[in-house]
Design a protein around this ligand. Structure first.
Ligand code: FAD
Length: 318
């Protein structure tokens, strides 16, 4: 059973000044305005939750790149996913040879081990949370051998344990919107899939999803009226114009107020945000916008770049 949402939506350029849902970097600057939020549930930050140890119950290849892992175990009891559909967790993955394993105290690890042995933090959406079975489903895109979490997921098997914090989250489809737009690449499909479950029956939702090829397409389901458009592009390639951005630009918008969810590669997301605000005239409060990753950067690199990205995004239209 997926827990149902209370109504909540917000622009992600939130009170802490960060345009993403997932970090609590202090990016507050005078240039970044505090924006109105329309929400009944405050944004949830993963960093405010205690570490938990989850156990791998099963793994499944959904596509050549997409790996589904179902986690369980007593460590997930009380996991608070529910209000939002873009809930996420932060995995704390010790590097090979770290000499410690879950459970560990992050502060002690940091105090006692050299930096290169500190856990690598990787952010993943809650594809589903079943509170009755205490089962957490996460879908990992494996981008090849270069990453940390992708290869970890590819090698994971039942009984493996991982430490995580979360959930955080901020978005859920506004049931009052006239229609919904969801745009993103492969790593956004878990959040899009979760969000689709809360589109009201009869409500139109246009999904524009970029994956490497037809073999990476997955079934998407919603009680709403789904208009699904796949875009094929190599996620790692720098393409100008970006086909995902072009697909949104080319879209004939239905009439009425749209609630948008636009997440994915940082450059594409910034372009899309600018387009939706400046060219389409969408209100900032009707957009959930977040950079999930950045081309040529690991998650650590992207985190380091994010304050500057937030500054640039805030200086764009809106
Ligand atoms: C809120 C949030 C939710 C997310 N949810 C999911 C999710 O449910 N599933 C998921 O798979 N990812 C998700 N991501 C994205 C994921 O956190 C990043 O892709 C992360 O960098 C992957 O870690 P890694 O260790 O595999 O690669 P890293 O070590 O971070 O990077 C290694 C190399 O792979 C490249 N790379 C990283 N991500 C991608 C990508 N998405 N596509 C192509 N190349 C990439 C990097 O640029 C780098 O060159 C989410 C991110 C956020 C912020």
């Amino acid at each position: 059973m997926l827990v149902l949402a209370t109504f909540a939506y917000a622009s992600n350029l939130a009170e802490d000044g960060c345009a993403c849902n997932c970090c609590s970097l202090n990016t507050r600057t005078g240039a970044i305005p505090t924006l109105p939020r329309v929400t009944e549930t405050p944004k949830m930050s993963a960093k405010k939750s205690p570490p938990r140890v989850a156990e791998v119950l099963s793994t499944e290849r959904l596509t050549p790149q997409l790996i589904r892992i179902v986690f369980g175990g007593p460590g997930l009891e009380g996991f608070a996913a529910g209000p939002f559909t873009d809930h996420y967790v932060k995995l704390q993955l010790p590097p090979p040879g770290a000499g410690y394993e879950p459970p560990f105290d992050l502060e002690s690890v940091k105090a006692e081990t050299p930096r290169e042995l500190w856990p690598r933090v990787r952010t993943y959406s809650v594809r589903a949370w079943d509170p009755e079975r205490t089962e957490l489903t996460v879908d990992f895109v494996n981008h090849g051998s270069a990453g940390v979490a992708g290869p970890w997921a590819a090698a994971a098997s039942a009984g493996d344990r991982v430490q995580l914090i979360g959930p955080g989250g901020a978005y859920s489809p506004d049931p009052e919107a006239d229609w919904h737009l969801m745009a993103g690449d492969a790593c956004v499909l878990p959040a899009i899939s979760a969000s689709l479950t809360r589109i009201p029956p009869g409500s139109r939702v246009i999904v524009i999803a970029a994956v490497d090829g037809p073999e990476e397409e997955i079934p998407l389901a919603t009680p709403g009226d789904l208009d699904l458009r796949w875009v094929h592009r190599d996620a790692g390639a720098e393409l100008d114009p970006d086909p995902l951005v072009e697909a949104v630009r080319a879209l004939e918008f239905p009439p009425g107020r749209v609630h948008g969810f636009v997440h994915g590669e940082a450059g594409a997301v910034r372009d899309l945000r600018r387009h939706l605000l400046a060219d389409r005239g969408i209100a900032l409060a009707d957009l959930s916008v977040s950079g999930y990753w950045k081309r040529r950067r690991t998650e650590e690199g992207w985190r380091a770049d994010k304050p500057e990205w937030n500054r640039l995004v805030a200086a764009d239209a809106g």
